[in-house]
Write a protein that binds this ligand. Sequence first.
Ligand code: ATP
Ligand code: CA
Ligand code: CA
Length: 423
Amino acid sequence: KVLVGTKVGEDHVNYILAYNMLTGIRVAVSRTTAKLDRELTDNDFIAKHKLAFDISGNELTPSAKYDFKFKDYAPWVFRHLRQLFRLDPADYLISLTSKYIVSELGSPGKSGSFFYFSRDYRFIIKTIHHSEHKFLLRILKEYYNHVKDNPNTLISQFYGLHRVKLPYGRKIHFIIMNNLFPPHRDIHQTFDLKGSTIGRDYDERKLKDNKHATMKDLNWLRRDKYISLGPRKRDQFMKQLETDVKLLERLNIMDYSLLIGIHDLRKGNTEHIRDSTLTVFTPGQQILERTPSKLERDRRLSLRRAFSTANPASLEQVIDVLRSDEYPGRKSFTFYADDGGFRATDEHDGPLYEIYYLGVIDCLTNYSFAKKVETFWKGLSHSRERLSAIPPFEYGERFYKFILSIVKTPGQGGSGQVRNQIS
Ligand code: ATP
Ligand code: CA
Ligand code: CA
C-alpha cells in the first residue's frame, strides 16, 4: 500500500505544472552542469536563462509534452551552492526528474505555497510568491557568502530558483531545497517553532486523527519539552543558530521558524519493521510506505538511465552513488551527521535516544513586504489571526532566546527534566 502526500499522476490537476517544472529543471540543470566549472562573477548573481519548450523541440530544447516557458535564475550560483552542499550533480537530476517522482502536499501553510517532494523524498519544491522570488535574488550574494563561510548553516539549503509560465497562464516561481526529514526514519513528533505564543497552538484535539501534524510553540511548552544536548553539541548548535539569526536580522527577514522533527530510537520504526516496509512521513501528515528493495531498485534504474544523459565527467560519481546506500555528502554536515540528523546527547556528550531533524525554514519573508501585507489586512478587517509584522531584529532576538531556553544539557540548569538517558 502506497500512501504518498498526493501522488501527482497524469490525472492530477497539477500534473502539467509538475511535468513542466521537472522537464525545465532537467534541461536547464544539465546544460549548466555539462560545462567546465569556473569561478563565479558578479553577473552570475543576476543571470537569467529563458527556455521555450514545445511539442516539436528545437536545437536548444528537446521536445516536451506541453508548450511552456521556463526560466532558470542564477544557474551558476546555484551550481556552486549545490557543490557547497555536496550534492552530486547526477544524483540531483535523477532524484528530481525521474518520471513519476512527485507527490504534492497541498498547501500546509497559510501562504498558499505548494510543496512537492522528489520521489526519494530528499528534495522539496516549494512554489513561492513573486515577492519572495525577487527577495531571494536580491539577497542571493549574501546567502551564497554565508553558506561559503558557514557550511553547517541551519538555514534552508537552496539548490535552484526557477519559473514556469504556461501558455495564457500564470507565472509560477519555485525553489528547490532540502527536505529536513529523512526518508528512512519515522518522525514521531514535529514542531514548527517561532518563539511567539500568539496563534502558535495546534489544536490538541485534532492530534488524535493526525498524530503526525506539525505542532507549534504552545504545544511544545505544554509538553515541557527540551532539546537535549551535551556541552559540545549545545555549543555547536547555539553558535550556528546565532550566526544564522544575525544574517536573517541583517537581511531584514522575519517570520521564519525552527522546524524540528523528533525520532525516538526506542520507538524506532516499530509499526513497520514487521513487514520490512520503509515508512516515510511527509511533513504534515501523510505516510509513504515502500519496501527498501523497491526504493533501491528504482534508484538503480534511474541511475542506469542517467548513464546515457549524464556528462562523462560525472560517470565516476554516478558509480559511487550506485554503490552506496547512503546519500553521500549529507554526513559531512554537523547537523545532518547522525543518521541524517543531530542526535541528542547527555552531559558527557554521550548519545541519548532521540534524533533531531532540524533547520530554520521559511526564510524569504522580507519585513517591508510583511508590513505592507499587514497594513492591507488591517485595513480590510480586524482579524487577529493574521501575520503580525515584527521588526527583524526583535523577531530574531525573540526567536533566538526562545530556542536558547529550550536547549538544555541533561542534569544541568536545575530543571530536573532529565530523561532519555542511557544508564
Ligand atoms: P506560512 O508562510 O503560512 O508559514 P509557508 O507556505 O511559507 O507557510 P513553510 O512555513 O515554509 O510554508 O512550511 C510549512 C510546513 O511545511 C512546515 O511547517 C513543515 O511542516 C513543512 N516544511 C517546510 N519546509 C520544509 C523542509 N525544508 N523540510 C521538511 N519539511 C518542511
Ligand atoms: Ca512558516
Ligand atoms: Ca511563508
